[in-house]
Design a binder for this molecule. Structure first.
Ligand code: SAM
Length: 252
């Protein structure tokens, strides 16, 4: 079958990426992640949360179930349409757009950027994303970033090609280092190919993964005062510099 080459936006507009990952991120996994995020955070009471990018709104839904108000942003119209189907009345608002869309300042208690979704832009725009997050947070508000530790990319096995099979369909994720810059993280070129029953598609894009000290500097520069590191969202949370995962909780 011919493989259609798509831009990242066109590829993410399909549901392929999360279709294959859905079994790995079911409601129980997501509910536990959200419970853990709320334990790590210092915010109290009913929160106003920005979930960016929100995908099909799995974390947003879990936050709303607990009574919180969520605004979700994602570039994929298909995911936004799915997120809008979670029926929690005016507790949820889902917007199709760039994850660094600037909204009203000082309105959120908590911003979450989950499932390796940080570093999708070139370095300068990744900093701009953090600066905008800081401006959108209320004073003492926090951001939680769940990403991969740029310092251990090669030793942790993260660079291995991943193949996810679902019946006779599959998704192949390949990664190659496309640039290493002093104090600006390690850029990986992702090539993602999905083979579905009726079509095969492929896209290529870069993601920057930062070393802990680089991300800490970027967060301080963007207006965050306190920056804490964890090795995962749920299990083995104590920070270990050798860890593959890197979860950052930063407070304004
Ligand atoms: C790895 S998924 C994570 C989604 C969600 N946080 C989750 O855990 O289910 C990455 C998401 O980023 C979205 N995305 C990619 N580039 C984006 C951009 N420039 N602005 C907004 N969303 C983007 C994709 O549509 C996809 O839903």
């Amino acid at each position: 079958m011919t493989i259609l080459n798509l831009s990242p936006a066109e590829f993410f507009a399909l549901d392929d990426f999360m279709y294959f990952q859905q079994d790995r991120v079911d409601d129980t996994v997501t509910d536990n992640e959200v419970k853990s995020i709320l334990e790590m955070s210092k915010q109290q009471g009913i929160l106003h949360i920005l979930d960016t990018p929100c995908g099909y709104g799995r974390h947003s839904k879990a936050f709303m179930k607990l009574g919180h108000r969520v605004t979700g942003i994602d570039i994929s119209p298909c995911f936004i349409a799915q997120a809008q189907m979670h029926d929690f009345g005016d507790r949820g608002q889902f917007i199709q757009g760039e994850m660094d869309n600037m909204m009203e300042e000082h309105q959120f208690d908590l911003i979450v950027n989950l499932f390796n979704s940080f570093g999708y832009y070139p370095h300068a725009r990744n900093i701009r994303f953090l600066e905008r997050c800081a401006r959108q947070l209320k004073s003492s508000g926090e951001i939680v970033i769940d990403t991969i530790n740029g310092a251990t990319l090669e030793s942790s096995g993260f660079m291995k090609t991943v193949v996810i099979n679902k019946g006779d369909e599959n998704l192949i994720i390949k990664k190659e280092v496309s640039g290493i810059q002093y104090e600006q993280g390690v850029s990986l070129q992702y090539t993602i190919t999905s083979h579905r029953k009726d079509r095969s598609c492929c896209t290529t894009f870069d993601v920057v993964f930062y070393r802990p000290e680089e991300l800490a500097r970027m967060l301080h520069h963007s207006g965050f005062k306190q920056v804490d590191f964890y090795s995962g969202l749920v299990s083995d949370r104590n920070w270990n510099p050798e860890s593959k995962k890197m979860v950052v909780v930063a407070q304004k």
